[in-house]
Design a protein. Sequence first.
Length: 389
Amino acid sequence: MMRVTSDPAIVPVGCFDGDLDLFESQYAVPNGVSYNSYVIVDEKVAVLDTVDPRKTEEWLANVDRALGGRSPDYLVIHHMEPDHAGSISDLAEKFPRMTLVGNAKTFPMLAAFTGETYEGRTLTVKEGDVLELGTHSLTFVMAPMVHWPEVMVSYESASKTLFSADGFGRFGDDCPETPWVDEARRYFVNIVGKYGSNVQALLKKAAGLDIRTICPLHGPVLSGDALALALEKYGLWSRYVPEERGVLVAYASIHGNTAAAALELAELLRAQGLTVESIDLTRRDWAEAVAGAFRYSGLVLAAASYDAGVFPPMAQLLARLKSKGFRDRAVGLMENGTWGPTALRTMLSELEGMKGLTILEPRITIRSAANGENRTQMGELARAMVEAI
């Protein structure tokens, strides 16, 4: 069970899922994922969110322990995605007098998922509404498209705690000692990242609150230095600003020649004093590549030609970058094709749909294996990257 705020009235009741292989059926989670839920015990009792159906039984037991024989007055639904709302029906059936709290967009989604309207059992809240629990109260802040349209967050004033829905979450466990940034970046960029302007709007609202603790729906509770780091990173990520001056070299190679050339270029970039990370798209998680592309100020894409286009692992990365709003970076390109190179034109076609990219020269074409001319071009591209970023 996760560590939470110093306020004993806020009790963690979430569950850790270490058996899940793919989050949202697409993101590898080798270190699992937590489904966070909280109970505020006061004159009135509020349960904040539920968990994925995979963990309903364990979660209900956690809730019972936190309630200590009491019945909850409210269930606050911050987000309707099934990993957080998947156990609503079970709790509502167990406590038939409990009121379900959401906004105008919450309850149509709830009916669509469950087939139930919960008529007479709902409380619809809007921006700035307050739910009084006793010494604790929840002020609701709407956060549409962070990252679903019904998302809201709530601020508990006594403990100065923000319950942030999917914001500030991460893959992996809920232990504060586990490094936060890498898995939080992969989570943000791939799940929330397309909606940077919406995150910015939420951050502006949050800036007007005295927040000492953030309780997200995934990952650890954030306070102190961890809270400051999370706010700093979210400010960068949501504005698509690189975290550091450096280059991700992402390559998709069939027989190894493209990989060899990409790694040679990576060494030339390092020799120019740049931080460089290399990733083999045929072996590594594509979501790591997306996160790395957002992390650095420069990107090199190196790929073999395939079926009159580009090798599929690179095609997938390009499609994902486009869908996540990748922008405002310097990009170097390298293609390989023995008899008919087509990767470059395919990559360029995809990149044209992304904002603010600087496509560097030279654009390198290798025919089978890099030769002396290619190596000269690599040196030129490395120097161009240094100047661009």
